[in-house]
Write a protein that binds this ligand. Structure first.
Ligand code: GLY
Ligand code: MN
Ligand code: MN
Length: 447
């Protein structure tokens, strides 16, 4: 839990940016809550995961914590957190406590969380605006509204409660979209560990194994390298299960001659990796498998080539679509012309998702995919890519069993997914510690 001082700098810098933004908007008070602990079943919790925005601004990972930012003539950053409690700490683990938290986390002050509702109303007085995440859970919104009501009750001549409520989400989303050095370092670490886990699963795979056995290889590799958790539920999908996009690792057998699709990534210091590889259970792609596999790799390369500063968000997707649609025509999955199937959307029968998403503290990270409208009412253009943005590039192809589909391709589901960091020149795929080239994968599986 204890962070060296140097590691606090990015959190303090982010708070400063938010506070400066608030000041530029006339000042106010902002409230950010962490995530609640959630019960799984009788006396058992789900593994705790803090709120991403709260973590982004504090680095604090205990539950029952709030950050209050005050932007007036001066600025203040105040944490509310659980008090030390010897008896409970014996059961639940150590707590920082408000006495140590302010210094430890570089804040102006820290108080017991029980004092939040009493402190908030007077702090709100004479602040023109309350900033709150509009996506905050109902209990957080309720706390804020109750405090606001109490501030109105306490208001006297010359001291007013905030008159406006403003959304903090777009401010934080915009900041989180461009990763700073410490974020990129954590993402590289998550990427490296996750790539190693995929390589481990490839080496371990044998006909007759079960999906959960490969999942165990992934989890082992994540944890033994210090990743705190999987960034999302691992998908390990044997054979036709790969055509179910969010199939969780189950107990299906890995059959000789089938492919297995693994979509898994770890979370390292709160940052996600998100990798998909699809490989042959027996170590060699069949002809039809290889044809579709190479198609997803070519589509991914086309998308990566279109992923660079100044290019817009959708260019990668369109580049991948063209390659995939042409491949579907070449393999007789579709009939017609390339422009025709792109126009009609006929490719969506075999490729029904987009080619990527922002990646960061959340696996589907925050950030607008479109820029502002050039004039009111006009369509909003796709966002231009900038250095420091991080996203996935993940084309796939999923072929159902159907009379009008060549049987050689039935039940094949393939996705190839890497994580890209936009650089000054283009993009860097930070998850290539595990190969994508079919021959390289086959060579790895022979090791
Ligand atoms: N692993 C979730 C996704 O690829 O979007
Ligand atoms: Mn993804
Ligand atoms: Mn994924």
């Amino acid at each position: 839990m204890s962070l060296p001082v140097a590691d606090l700098i990015p959190f303090a810098a982010r708070r400063r940016r938010v506070l400066e933004w608030m000041q530029s908007q006339g000042g106010g008070i902002a409230l950010v809550a962490t995530a609640p602990q959630v019960m799984r079943n009788r006396d058992g919790d789900y593994p705790y995961r803090h709120d991403s925005d709260f973590y982004y601004l504090t680095g604090f990972i205990e539950p029952e914590a709030w950050l209050v930012l005050i932007a007036g003539a001066q600025t203040r950053s105040v944490l509310f957190c659980r008090q030390r409690n010897e008896a409970q700490e014996i059961w639940e683990g150590r707590r920082v406590g408000p006495e140590a938290a302010a210094e430890r986390f570089g804040l102006d002050d820290a108080y017991p969380v029980e004092q939040l509702s009493e402190c908030l109303p007077p702090w709100m007085l004479d602040r023109p605006c309350l900033w709150l995440s509009q996506s905050a859970r109902p209990a957080v919104q309720e706390t804020a509204r109750t405090a606001l009501r109490a501030a109105h009750d306490q208001a006297r001549a010359g001291a007013r409660a905030p008159a406006t409520l403003r959304d903090l989400d777009p401010v934080l989303a915009e900041m989180r979209l461009i990763k700073d050095g410490s974020e990129i370092a954590a993402m590289r670490r998550a990427a490296r560990i996750s790539a190693g886990a995929h390589a481990r699963a490839m080496r371990a795979a044998r006909p007759g194994m079960r999906e959960y056995e490969l999942e165990a290889e992934l989890l082992y590799e994540f944890r033994r390298h210090g990743a705190q958790a999987p960034a999302y539920n691992s998908i390990v999908a044997a054979g036709a299960n790969a055509c179910i996009l969010h199939y969780p690792a189950g107990d299906a057998e890995l059959r000789d001659g089938d492919l297995v699709l693994i979509d898994a990534g770890c979370e390292f210091d709160s940052y996600a990796a998100d990798i998909t590889r699809t490989f042959p259970v027996n170590g060699r792609y069949s002809g039809p498998q290889r044809a579709l596999y190479d198609l997803t790799v070519a589509a991914q390369q086309a998308a990566a080539d279109a992923t660079a500063p100044g290019r817009h968000w959708d260019e990668g997707h369109q580049a991948a679509l063209r390659v995939l649609a042409q491949g579907m025509l070449d393999e007789k999955l579709l009939q017609g012309s390339l422009d025709g199937v792109l126009e009609s959307g006929a490719y969506a029968r075999f490729y029904m998702h987009r080619t990527g998403h922002w990646l960061g503290l959340d696996v589907h990270d925050v950030g607008d995919y479109r820029g502002p409208a050039p004039q009111p009412g006009a369509p909003r253009p796709w966002r231009l890519l900038e250095p420091g943005m991080t996203l996935t590039i993940e084309p796939g192809i999923y072929v159902p069993r159907a009379d009008d589909v060549p049987p050689a391709f039935w039940d094949i589901g393939i996705r190839t997914e890497d994580d890209a960091l936009i650089t000054e020149e283009g993009c860097e795929l930070i998850t290539r510690g595990v190969p994508v080239d079919a021959r390289e994968i086959e060579a790895l599986m022979r090791e």
